[in-house]
Design a protein around this ligand. Structure first.
Ligand code: B12
Length: 175
């Protein structure tokens, strides 16, 4: 809308200038107005446009001992939730395809990369928000687990998200 408004403003001034019978100093005044408007409303630079996009990494780990690892780098508009990020990842790389249950708490992830949670064996998909790329030799602690599910987790620039298929001891309290 802002762009349409700006274009009509500039066109109006050009039409007035071309049709105007006013003195040349009047035309100069209009020209000054047009230049000032163009400077003040210059289109956003690439830097400003890029600030509306966040870049982050999404990794999956399979197994408590991490026998398989897969990472994808993603760019998304600000305020993207992790559920949408997972859809984006799956579209770019089918190994990130996933299944979810829609529950009153939002989407609950039951399967990623064809690997389904195993309720009998207590192996589940758990999500972590990390400051750096996850290192299988230094596994993240519970304190780095996301406090919310994928619908309410908003991706941040430079962040690393890990979905880890791991054993959970429900008798010790799930998380
Ligand atoms: C047990 C439990 C789990 C188990 C569920 C497995 C199972 N089959 O029992 C495991 C360990 C897998 C789990 C995982 C997660 N959980 Co949990 N979980 C619980 C807990 C302690 C009890 C739920 C329960 O059994 N209710 C009783 C049954 C009868 O009711 P129910 O509606 O059928 O319960 C189901 C849902 O709660 C669902 N579920 C469990 N956790 C979550 C999380 C989300 C986001 C969703 C949509 C559904 C869901 O699994 C339950 C069993 O089927 C609750 C806390 C609480 N006291 O409610 C947290 C709780 C629901 N979990 C929570 C969270 C954040 C998660 C995770 C996102 C943690 C993470 N960082 O990975 C993940 C989900 C990731 C994913 N795969 O999408 C939060 C949700 C907060 C929110 N408002 O979003 C809660 C409230 C804990 C808390 N206070 O922070 N969880």
């Amino acid at each position: 809308m802002g762009y349409v408004y700006e274009c009509s403003f500039i066109c109006s001034i050009i039409i007035i200038m071309s049709q105007s019978r006013v003195l040349s100093c009047g035309r100069l005044l209009l020209l000054g107005l047009l230049i000032t408007h163009l400077i003040n409303n210059a289109h956003p630079t690439n830097e400003a446009k890029n600030s509306e996009i966040v870049a982050y990494a999404y990794t999956i780990w399979i197994g408590s001992n991490v026998t398989e690892e897969l990472t994808i780098l993603l760019n998304s508009p600000v305020n993207t939730n992790f559920y949408d990020a997972m859809i984006q990842a799956a579209e770019l790389d089918s190994r990130f395809a996933f299944e979810a249950k829609d529950t009153p708490l939002g989407h609950y992830i039951t399967s990623i990369s064809g690997i389904k949670e195993d309720v009998k064996k207590n192996v589940y998909w758990l999500i972590y928000c990390l400051p750096d790329h996850p290192d299988p030799n230094q596994k993240p602690g519970e304190e780095l687990m996301s406090p919310v599910g994928v619908d309410f987790l908003i991706v941040k620039n430079g962040a690393h998200y890990l979905f880890w298929y791991r054993d959970v001891d429900l008798s010790k309290g799930a998380h």
